[in-house]
Design a protein around this ligand. Structure first.
Ligand SMILES: [Zn+2]
Ligand SMILES: [Zn+2]
Length: 359
């Protein structure tokens, strides 16, 4: 019989391993002797067991223009995780030591109009851990109590560690409304693939998918896409044909690619709904008159997860057994092998990589 041991308060180590951005150049550094986070009165200290590598972490690893402008040198990266609570701030009341938890990575200010009207995900003072403050690629990670999400015992660690991107997919699908509708998903990276299985579970009557990668298109089919379209070739006419000549009723935009966005709007049925999650690298041009106005399209911008409506929806979807996430979480590796993980993401060998965090 094994029992999970919880470190008593006073037995926490002084230092821990963490993956940090220590220099203004590509790569991350595995640092061994990092001081533990200081736990404020309303914070919870979590011993991280598993952490997902996000596309955002890849940007930080590769040190692209966005990361150079946004990321502070010295930060511990990572924002998708699951772990166990090991220490509580004095004012914490709803979480206990030993709880298995994940957490919402967006920390709202708590007092602005957005935060006070259930829209903390679009608070303009938002801090995202692993981006604006220290993250979870470390043995210990601190999170404000209100961001902690208790993980249901029936949900595996690897799945709990990817709640953050799964929440993006759930937020997008639920905002667009897919039940009984034909749905087009443009771009099947990690979140696009998750959106396929979520849209299926949410009752989409038909799912069309576009991408440039045949391997990902095949995986989308395995997850429940009815038709797949190679985005390297013109596909708008085919998408219309596949939907009885009318075009899909819903577009979930997951690529951020300017042409995919224009083509998706062109394919969309009049009166259709669009949810945009993919982030274009730059300003893009679009024929707004025909794409949106004359078509009477409804367009939603999607950012993060609704706190915490999306989390409740996500938990119910996972517990229903209707989501198929196993083919998406392709690799579980040790944190010290992080370079291999990023490489597998770059080459396309891996879809979602989850790291085991050292004790
Ligand atoms: Zn992420
Ligand atoms: Zn706020």
């Amino acid at each position: 019989m094994s029992q999970t041991k919880v470190a008593p308060k006073n037995s926490l180590p002084k230092t821990m391993p963490a993956l940090k951005k220590v220099r203004s150049e590509p790569g991350l550094t595995f640092c061994n002797e990092v001081e533990l986070p200081i736990v404020g009165p309303r914070d919870v200290l979590i011993k991280v067991t598993h952490a997902g590598i996000c596309g955002t972490d890849r940007h930080i690893f590769e040190w692209d223009k966005w990361s150079q402008n946004r990321i502070k040198i010295g930060i511990t990266t990572g924002h998708e995780f699951c772990g166990r609570v090991v220490k509580l701030g004095q004012a914490v009341s709803r979480v206990s030591v030993g709880d298995r938890v994940s957490a919402e990575g967006h920390i709202g200010c708590g007092v602005c109009e957005a935060c006070r009207t259930g829209n903390a995900h679009i608070c303009d003072q938002v801090q995202i851990f692993g981006i604006d403050c220290d993250g979870c690629f470390a043995t210990f990670h601190k999170v404000p109590e209100e961001n902690v999400w208790p993980v249901n015992e029936k949900i595996r660690d690897e799945v709990a560690a990817v709640f953050d991107p799964l929440g993006n997919a759930v937020h997008t699908v639920m905002t667009a409304g897919v039940s009984g509708k034909s749905v087009l998903i443009t771009g099947v990276g990690i979140i696009g693939l998750m959106a396929v299985t979520v849209a299926k579970a949410a009752g989409a009557s038909q799912i069309l998918v576009t991408d440039v990668d045949p391997k990902r298109l095949a995986l989308a089919r395995e997850l429940g896409a009815d038709d797949v379209l190679n985005a390297r070739e013109p596909w708008v006419a085919d998408a219309k044909k596949m939907t009885g000549g009318r075009g899909p009723q819903v577009m979930l935009e997951m690529s951020g690619h300017p042409q995919a966005i224009r083509d998706g709007f062109a394919a969309l049925q009049p009166g259709g709904h669009v949810a945009l999650l993919g982030i274009p690298p730059d300003d893009i041009t679009i024929d707004l008159s025909n794409a949106v106005i004359f078509k009477g399209a409804t367009v939603h911008g999607i950012n993060g997860r609704r706190m915490f409506e999306t989390w409740y929806q996500m938990e119910r979807f996972v517990l229903s057994g209707r989501l198929n996430l196993d083919p998406i979480i392709t690799h579980v590796i040790e944190m010290e092998d992080f370079e291999k993980g990023f490489k597998m993401m770059q080459t396309g060998e891996a879809i979602k990589v989850v790291m085991r965090i050292p004790n």
